[in-house]
Design a binder for this molecule. Structure first.
Ligand SMILES: Cc1ncc(COP(=O)(O)O)c(C=O)c1O
Length: 417
């Protein structure tokens, strides 16, 4: 909760300063330097409607969640600068999970008959939401390769001006680590009157800030790198203040801005982050930059090791010169992240590697301090088997943690031999 103006304008400071301070002024009553966990559902009113600081009921707003929402908005707002009237350039919204955030966004901006352009490689749960939850409500979608940087005509062909309301992008993608050109896709989406939504979970706001590249909305599973310790499930939306609802849609709350509509739906549907989850996520955000530096240094070393290993047929890491999206990634990201995928020729070999590591834990999810290994085909992406998003069955995905890199490489060497 921002209560003091005795600090710099956080929009002008560096990423780590924003992540540690924005939205997190010392508590005005006690001076506590960390926002307290406001484990409370309701707030005393000073006479009917006399709210203290705007707090009425914790589904609508809670001070710990507000701190997280302001911090996330500041983290994603690098390069945007303040608006002409000094209001924030983006608004943050925290949810109970990444999918709850996505569900709320799609309900806020789509109506039956609308169409979504969707990546042909993306988190399986997002595809399941678009395909199997929104499909029966009359939302159509077209999976397209959004990472074929030389052939954006395929994206132009998939967009249906007038009915495409969202172009959904993940970059890097999960699990094939494909790179999309956010600025180019923003142009295509906007020409068609659609919003560009970027799932920034893999890159994190430390390495990539899609709003400054032209995106309208950023989505996060904060369960991953933002939380960073595999101890909380959460999600977030960060919406550019300038983003307008597509197709002349009006928000049920009145107004035509996307942020207003998302705010209405967040309260009306109610899938909000609880106070303790918000507090844990905020704690993670403060150390995001230093963790990411180590994640990606370890990932680069692991990718280099795997590239020369005879049992590995392909290594997929945007930091490798061999990656087709390397140049675009270098332009729009300030680092290549902590995820590495690789192929070993057969499903049996992939399952074998996943079962033999000792330092890499066999588990779903990613982005925590501990290294994880998984088989996307059978685990995180099992729900897209038989669809356009099916992943190769010999693929292994690593979430490279921040342990000592020699131990990680020795573990993989043992598992591969
Ligand atoms: C890229 C990406 N987006 C969204 C999600 C969904 O987030 P959550 O599991 O927090 O609902 C995930 C989960 O793995 C993910 O990897």
């Amino acid at each position: 909760m921002s209560t003091s103006s005795e600090h710099p304008d956080w929009t002008t400071t560096g990423f780590s300063t924003r992540a540690i301070h924005a939205g997190q002024d010392p508590d005005p009553t006690t001076g506590a330097v960390v926002p307290p966990i406001h484990q409370v559902s309701t707030y005393k009113q000073d006479g009917v409607g006399g709210l203290r600081g705007g707090y009425e009921y914790s589904r609508s707003a809670n001070p710990t969640r507000t701190a997280l929402e302001e911090a996330l908005a500041a983290a994603e707002s690098g390069g945007l600068g303040p608006t002409a009237d000094g209001s924030p350039a983006a608004r943050g919204f925290a949810f109970a999970s990444g999918l709850a955030a996505e569900d709320t966004l799609l309900r806020a901006v789509l109506r039956p008959g609308d169409h979504v352009v969707f990546p042909n490689d993306a988190y399986g749960g997002t595809y399941r939401l678009v395909h199997r939850v929104f499909g029966p409500w009359g939302i159509e979608h077209t999976p397209v390769d959004l990472t074929d940087l030389a052939n954006l005509d395929a994206v132009r062909a998939a967009v249906r001006p007038g009915s495409t309301k969202v172009v959904w992008v993940e970059t890097p993608t999960n699990p094939l680590l494909g790179i999309s050109d956010v600025s180019a896709l923003a142009e295509i989406a906007h020409e068609a009157g659609a919003l560009l939504v970027v799932d920034n979970t893999f890159a994190t706001p430390y390495l990539q800030q899609p709003l400054a590249l032209g995106a309208d909305v950023v989505v996060h599973s904060t369960t991953k790198y933002v939380g960073g310790h595999s101890d909380v499930v959460g999600g977030a939306l960060v919406v550019a203040a300038s983003a307008q609802l597509p197709g002349g849609l009006a928000s049920p709350a009145g107004g035509t801005d996307v942020a207003g509509a998302v705010g209405f739906h967040q309260n009306a549907s109610g899938a909000v982050a609880g106070p303790f989850d918000a507090w844990l996520t905020l704690r993670g955000l403060k150390t995001l930059a230093v963790r990411m530096d180590r994640h990606q240094a370890n990932a680069a070393a692991v990718a280099a090791f795997l590239e020369q290993h005879p049992a590995v047929t392909q290594v997929i890491y945007p930091g490798l010169a061999s990656h087709p999206g390397h140049e675009v990634a270098a332009r729009q990201m300030s680092g290549f992240g902590g995820m590495v995928s690789f192929r070993v020729g057969t499903e049996a070999k992939a399952l074998d590697v996943c079962g033999r590591t000792q330092v890499f834990t066999l588990a779903e999810s990613l982005g925590g301090v501990e290294s994880l290994v998984e088989h996307p085909g059978r685990m995180t992406h099992g729900s897209v088997a038989g669809t356009a998003l099916e992943v190769p069955d010999d693929l292994v995905r690593l979430s490279v943690g921040i342990e000592d890199v020699e131990d990680l490489i020795a573990d993989l060497d043992r598992a591969l031999s």
